[in-house]
Design a binder for this molecule. Sequence first.
Ligand code: ACO
Length: 325
Amino acid sequence: MRNVGITGLGHYLPKRVLTNADLEQMVETSDEWIVSRTGIKERRIAGKDEKNSDMAIKAAREALKDARLDPARVELIIVATISPDSSFPSVACLVQKAVHAPRAAAFDVSAACSGFLYALTTAKQFIRNGVYKNALVIASEKITTYVNWNDRGTCVLFGDGAGACVLKPVAGKRGILSDYIHAQGHFGDLMMVVAEERDPLDQQTKMITLPHIAMQGQELFKVAVNSMAAAVGIAVKKAGLKLSDIDYVVPHQANDRIISAVARKLHLPKEKIFINIDRYGNMSAASIAVALYEAVERKKIKRGDYVVLVTFGAGLVSAANVVKW
Ligand code: ACO
């Protein structure tokens, strides 16, 4: 069994910025409400002709370059997404074509905001078991496709973006030390994509609407805090560590208050936690991938650090990994 580590990182953020001031012009809201309830100040929105795969490809190219991995040698590509260009071909196949990785197997993983850690954990198994020598794992979301811009309860929360990493075997007791992926399908109705259709024979039924996010925010908030705190505890224990051993935490960025509540529950100082929700909002699966990229880039994470990645998402799905950097 080989240890598997993250040997390269990449990211991509669309150029268009949607500020809270912009949202004040669109729905009845205020910068003060959004910042105090969520911590979000602005978010990125993919360009009109910018597809999910365009973002995924840019993040993938950067990760491959960072890992000095020739695309021709890539053996596995997994893309975590719930907002693909279309249901098929997969975004992973579109990436494979664009980066010229003819040897690779390629597929998408659907686990909402937990997708990046679900994909990381899946890819890790293939390398650990010796099936593949490397993997390119990408999280890419054009989640704003599913935002109802008339619903102030949800439209302030989301943004688009992509992050990527390369996994390879590493020497010594380094790399991904533990993983935990979990699902609680009975909480599925707390957040879902819905669309109403008119029955052609029944004029009383609702008009057709585009598929859009429907969310029970307060309930989701409570489950999110409990699920993330539990996931951290389990992953840390599986790694044979104590919470006090952890140097840094990179959580999913859904709400600054959720992150604070998890930190309080686990008695973790907020200085040990990476936050960039103020600039990007919730980018679903891409949030944690971009946060990891920025935490490393800003030297918040150093070689030898014990790092926890933790997330939750619609499903409800939660996940955590402990990584020795
Ligand atoms: N601006 C102004 N007022 C607003 C807005 C807004 N953008 N949105 C809601 N309100 C109003 C509501 O209408 C309500 O008014 P009322 O009291 O007159 O009825 C009031 O503010 C309070 O609304 P709540 O929904 O109770 O506000 P809350 O404090 O719970 O914050 C929020 C809402 C931010 C959505 C919070 O519940 C939350 O973050 N929940 C978790 C969301 C989440 O994590 N989603 C994604 C997870 S899954 C994934 O990432 C894929």
